[in-house]
Design a protein around this ligand. Structure first.
Ligand code: MRU
Length: 342
């Protein structure tokens, strides 16, 4: 396969490498992802993460397996295993459905490889279009708050919500970005803070619980987040803590925008209640761990609840900024998400 080099994926000499997102920012470590077992393990451990990137890494691995001569049935089996690796982000399922169609073609090896590449190139282009549409909504001098990580680490391109922040910054409109640390796995504190530094976007890192008082003080002009799945009524599943931000933004009269590619849209989920929410290990809430070490503060027998995502009701969202353009609450009420997009 042609070589590929993105912020978080490398394809070279018929091998797939992922940037270990659990080691960042302390260490920039690339890990081989040459088998289904390896990639599923990386996905479970969030070494590779973010809705678009999970789907792209799985698609690229299947293309590699096809090129290496694996039988069609075995590639199909690998596809089913990868499809089940994480339940909430629908990009994985949407991407793999396209790979499955390629697998059904007579010249399936070449078709799978071409489709995986198409998905990567499309994702890059989708990010650019989201950034253009989103930046047009940013007023000069804005202080923008974001949650989790939605940048080049989570996509093949410049990202979704972070892509918007970058484009608005390039247009000189961003005073600074408030980066939510994003407990429990600290995608904001570790990854978004690192990306903001790499991109030269001024930022201030905050604990998730600080957003309310910042908003009350008039220090937040808009909230920008990504999405893992958008239901047919416009409800959005995203990293746990997103819903609280939407409630806060609504209370304080602050615009709350969701930036996502159309591959995040799932018209088969009538509303947010139909979106499967991943439950994760107790240790993630009982303490922290990473390349900086491990620390547990909760009692050994503490009972823990750890949903990885929450659902923000459509009524709290000011705009869905997709690659196809900005969808308004009026359009959502009129049923635009019931149709196939993109
Ligand atoms: O558990 P994660 O880190 O994969 O969760 C990621 C998010 O919730 C992102 O906001 C979402 O996937 C959009 S990434 C462009």
């Amino acid at each position: 396969m042609r070589p590929l080099n993105t912020t978080s994926l490398i394809l070279r000499d018929n091998r797939l490498w992922i940037l270990d997102q659990q080691a960042l920012p302390q260490e920039k470590r690339w890990l081989a992802s040459d088998s289904v077992e390896e990639l599923v393990d990386h996905i479970h451990a969030l070494r590779v993460r973010g809705a678009p990137l999970i789907g792209l890494s799985a698609s690229l691995l299947l293309a590699l397996l096809a090129e290496r001569g694996l039988a069609r049935d075995d590639v199909m089996q690998a596809l089913s295993t990868l499809r089940a690796a994480r339940p909430t982000a629908v990009n994985l399922m949407n991407n793999l459905d396209r790979i499955k169609q390629a697998l059904a073609q007579p010249a399936w090896r070449a078709a799978v490889s071409a489709e995986a590449w198409r998905l990567v190139e499309e994702d890059r282009a989708l990010c650019e279009r989201i950034a253009d549409h989103g930046a047009a909504l940013v007023a000069p001098g804005s202080r923008l708050l974001t949650h989790c990580n939605t940048g080049g680490l989570a996509t093949a391109g410049i990202g979704t919500a972070i892509g918007v922040l970058l484009r608005a910054h390039q247009q000189g409109k961003v005073e600074h970005v408030w980066v939510d640390e994003t407990r429990p796995l600290l995608q904001g504190g570790r990854l978004t803070a690192w990306e903001m530094g790499e991109l030269g976007i001024p930022y201030r890192l905050i604990c998730d619980s600080m957003a309310a008082s910042l908003m009350a003080q008039g220090q937040v002009d808009a909230v920008w987040v990504g999405a893992d799945r958008i239901a047919a009524n416009g409800d959005v599943a995203n990293k746990i803590g997103t819903y609280s931000l939407a409630v806060l933004a609504h209370y304080h009269g602050i615009p709350f925008y969701v930036a996502a590619p159309h591959t995040t849209h799932d018209p088969t989920c009538a509303d947010g209640a139909a979106i499967p929410i991943e439950q994760r290990a107790a240790e993630e809430v009982a303490g922290v761990s990473g390349s900086f070490g491990q620390c547990r503060w909760a009692p050994e027998d503490a009972d823990v609840y750890n949903p990885a995502f929450d659902v923000t009701p459509s009524a709290l969202i000011s705009g869905w900024v997709l690659d196809s353009g900005v969808i308004t609450p009026q359009q959502v009420k009129a049923g635009i998400f019931q149709q196939a997009l993109g």
